[in-house]
Design a binder for this molecule. Sequence first.
Ligand code: MRU
Ligand code: ZN
Length: 205
Amino acid sequence: MKLLQEKWNELADIKDELATRDWFMGTSGNLSIKVNDSPTQFLVSASGKDKRKRTSKDFLVVDNKGSSVEVSDLRPSAETLLHCAVYNNSTAGCSLHVHTVANNVISELYGRSGKIDFKGLELIKAFNLWQEDDVLSIPIIHNFGEIPKLAEEFQSHVKSDKGAVLIRNHGITVWGVNGFEAKKLLEACEFLFQYQLTLDQLNVK
Ligand SMILES: CSC[C@@H](O)[C@@H](O)C(=O)COP(=O)(O)O
Ligand SMILES: [Zn+2]
C-alpha cells in the first residue's frame, strides 16, 4: 500500500475512534497527519464535515502554509494553520483537535491563570513525565477569532514533538510523533480534565 493511503487509513481510524467517544459534536474538531518531510505536506480533515462519517472526501493534502497541493473541491479545516504551526515548529507527525465539555469547562475555570498544572497523577506519564515531582503544565490561550492570530499564539507553545494546548471555551489541540502517540496524549488530557472537574465538584463547600 502506498504511504499516502496508509496515512489516510491511520488518520481515518483515529477519527473513527474519537468519534466513538463523541468528541466531534456539531462537526467540531479536526485532525492531521504528516505524509512528507521537505517539503512538509500533511493530510488534514476537510472543513465542516460530520466527522462521525467515514467517506472518501474526509481529508486532503496541504502544504506547510495550509494550501491544498492539488485542485480540490474540498476546503481544508478552518483551523489548518494550527496544524501548520505544529509541523513547522516540531518533528511531530500527528495533531488532533477536539471540543469536549470537560476541556471547555476546565479552560474556563483555569483560563485566568493561563495554564492548568497536574502533579502526582499517574496519567502525566503519557507525556514522558516519570518523576514523582514532575508537573504537566497545559497552557490555556485566548480563543482569538482570527485564525492567523490564534495560530500565532498557539505556535509559541509548540516547543517539542509532543504537547497540548487548551483554547479557552473552544477545545484542545495535542500533537505527538505519530498517530498512536497523539491519541494517547489526547486521551490522557481528557482523563485529567475529567478527574479535575470531579475533584473540584467534590471540593465545593
Ligand atoms: C462547528 S464549531 C467548530 C469549528 O468552528 C471549529 O472550531 C472546528 O473545530 C471545526 O472546524 P473545521 O473547519 O470543520 O475543521
Ligand atoms: Zn475547533
